[in-house]
Ligand binder design. Sequence first.
Ligand code: HAM
Length: 418
Amino acid sequence: MNIKKPRGTRDFPPSELAAREYIKSTLSQVFEAYNYQRIQTPTFEHAELFQLKSGEEIEEHMYVFEDKSSRKLCLRPEATASVCRMFSEELRSIRLPLKLYYYGPMFRYERPQKGRYREFWQIGMELIGPQSPESDAETILLAYDSLTKLGLTFTLEIGHMGIIRGLMSDLKIDENIQNKVIACIDKGDISQLEQLVDNPVIHDLIKLKGSVNVITQADNILNEYKTAKTAFNELKEVLEWLDNMGTEYCLNLGIARGLEYYTGTVFEIQIPKLGAQSQICGGGRYDNLIELFSGLKIPAVGFAFGFDRIMNAIKLQGIKIPEKRADLVAAPVNNAMRQHTLKIISPLRDTFIVDFDVMNRKLDKILKYAGDIQAKYVLIVGPEDLKDNQVTLRNMGDGKQEKIKITDLENRLTKLCR
Ligand code: HAM
């Protein structure tokens, strides 16, 4: 029988998984330095959770199935709706603001290609409670600092859903049409957009992209549109916080975001050289989603990194990830030494990575193995040494050997390996 993995999924061999774990923990450290705490939600939820407000784009790509009791469930396509559900089910009595982050697999039935998978990982955060410009700025800064910490070169684009939605309400465009317009802008489907709305102001607005000059142009375009102008002023306050921190960004009033729940500041981060799947992060403010699940009017803002795309970017930009190598391979010289050896190395495993030969191989084979796995040292345990309560330590880098008292072994290894 030749069974292959499903399309759009991947196996991760040890070296790749070790690199992923390293990046995950580096990012987690940044999230935790901002005092965000990790949560975990189920990988499958009631399908309705995502059908209520995620929008057509997500719904189209959902893995929906019925369980044995005819419940309609789905593999989560994203985590923001899950976090809001968790908030209303478990966390509503906790004092706000809530600063949460998560890491885990998401599932979207999309056409697989490099950087686009059916099972992919996100690491993301949600800041629940505040509606201040500084909370939007903190969210953007956390994403920015995380990528800077990894050493990545990237571009950050910021927009505001309230401007385009505000403009459409000022123009009395029905909410259903508004969602369709947003979906067209997100997909870049201009001809469909022209069929939906022919007002030139919308078309002019979504073309605005750049730095300070965009602010003046938008101010002029939006002068007579009160709701849109209020949203634009909100965005300017967020930008002031970012300017104060020296954050580099590009203003893009054409960002629409595929998900329907965004209400305010939105942002996307790209690594242009990644090609078609260059967007490594998306996020923004969503002030009505929690209310939908809990009845409580609580605003929130957040983002998610496409973790797999970050890994692709790390490779593309040649960023080195430290490898985890075995500190020691234990090598008994004969059968009689095997159990003594295990006793000697056992306490060392509190501090060091120690590999014990479980194949009963000869010394030369163990040395070859230690070379192959790039171990730092080999601990040779022989009967003569053992009589004097000592062992031989071989440096795999230069081949030099030294004799060490067993009682001094831990201290010596600490000096050598740490
Ligand atoms: P999203 O833009 O749909 O937003 O996804 C976030 C990131 O996940 C994308 O920028 C992309 O890097 C990655 N991604 C999406 N689909 C795939 C795929 N098929 N394969 C690989 N990577 C993918 C959200 O999911 C929102 N929940 C973000 C958010 C959090 N907004 C507020 N809080």
